[in-house]
Design a binder for this molecule. Structure first.
Ligand code: PLP
Length: 372
């Protein structure tokens, strides 16, 4: 059987990874500044992470969502403490799209409304509801979802105020748009979103799947605005590569049996991975490191000629060029052995491990200088 061919692939086969580095089957070393679309939060193969997952292996067969699984409570407890959202509840699932799907469902159960406001250049994943709330969708979302979603210009406070009404079920937005080009939501825009949702009874959902979990230099990027969303979705960095997602649910929502559900969400291995991630983030001060290394990268990138615009926060970095980015990205990979991503035709996207150091930043800065 062949794999269904949905991604263009580089002819590189990584066989080993450690920290921010990968090695291919020929023993060639690569610097990973992309982390498989932002999933590598604490670095590859961290010893504590490997230990925690290995320790849990024997529990797989005991998994069922009708029995107590203490590691789920450990995860919720540690996540509450590190994120500052101790009064929120946690619903566990398996991916970012699934988290957004469950957040949209939770919102509509709460206020019984159907209309969703999303934003241009938004990306929320590939389940039906998440696709419907995604601008520039690559596939057609089911009509009954799609017809209820309106897209507004991102960071446009007037459009937000004019369009969120008492018929709006939810406003869903990223604190920093990832796939859409590393566009940072302004503090004023985030505050206006909170205000208009409070006024109309719409639910404010912050999709923090890519920009959350410490990447921005705060636990969630909307923390810069000091707002508390009603629902926060997370995935990617939460498991450092192990599939896990979650919805942080504010105390205004009342859980009911049968309201949300999943077979695999909250399984032992996923929780062990997520607990290990939080342990390491805390122990190694990785949120602070993301802020520090982000500042270092941004201030040095400003000195490089040939960059049109820099966008982002912390270790979510968008570097826009006049010229298409594919040649720059390929030269960085093939000549300098540095993995980067892209967001749109002209923007290079960096989503390194939060544990990255100055040496890795310097290697990239030097390589980019040479390439340009
Ligand atoms: N939301 C955002 C902001 C994302 O960037 C992504 C994935 O790139 C998703 C949701 C979907 O996550 P997943 O691919 O885990 O379903």
């Amino acid at each position: 059987m062949n794999l269904f061919n949905v991604y263009p692939l580089y002819d590189i086969e990584p066989v080993k990874a450690k920290g921010s580095y990968l090695w291919d089957k020929n023993g060639e070393e690569y610097l990973d500044l992309y982390g498989g679309h932002a999933v590598i939060s604490i670095g590859h193969s961290h010893p504590h992470y490997v230990y925690k997952l290995t320790e849990q292996l024997s529990n797989i067969g005991f998994y069922s969502n009708s029995v107590k699984i203490p590691i789920q409570n450990e995860l919720a407890d540690k996540l509450g403490k590190l994120s500052g959202y101790e009064d929120y509840d946690l619903f566990l699932c398996n991916s970012g799209a699934e988290a957004n799907e469950n957040a949209l469902k939770t919102a509509s159960f709460f206020n019984g409304r159907k209309k969703v406001i999303a934003f241009s250049k938004a990306f929320h994943g590939r389940t039906a509801g998440a696709v419907a709330a995604t601008d520039n969708k690559a596939i057609i979302a089911p009509v009954n979802y799609d017809e209820h979603v309106s897209f507004l210009p991102f960071n446009d406070i007037e459009a937000l105020k004019a369009n969120v009404t008492e018929e709006t079920c939810a406003v869903i937005m990223e604190g920093i748009q990832g796939v859409g080009g590393i566009n940072v939501a302004s503090i004023e825009f985030l505050k206006a979103a909170r205000e208009v949702c409070d006024k109309t009874g719409a639910i404010l959902i912050l999709d923090s799947v890519q920009c959350g979990y410490g990447r921005s230099g705060k636990f969630f990027s909307h923390d810069f605005a000091g707002i508390k969303p009603d629902l926060i979705t997370t995935a990617k960095g939460m498991g450092n590569g192990f599939p896990i997602g979650g919805v942080l649910i504010s105390p205004k929502f009342q859980a009911k049996f049968g309201m949300l559900g999943t077979t695999f969400g909250g399984n032992h291995l996923a929780c062990a991975a997520a607990v290990a991630v939080l342990d390491v983030m805390k122990e190694e001060n990785l949120v602070e490191n993301a802020q520090k290394m982000g500042d270092y990268l941004f201030s040095n990138l400003k000195q490089i000629d040939g960059i049109k615009e820099l966008r982002g926060r912390g270790l979510m970095v968008g570097i826009e060029f006049e010229q298409p980015v594919d040649k720059i990205r390929d030269t960085l990979l093939f000549d300098h052995h540095i993995f980067c991503g892209y967001a749109g035709k002209h923007t290079l996207r960096l989503l390194p491990s939060l544990a990255i150091g100055k040496a890795e930043c310097d290697r990239f800065l030097e390589a980019l200088n040479q390439v340009l």
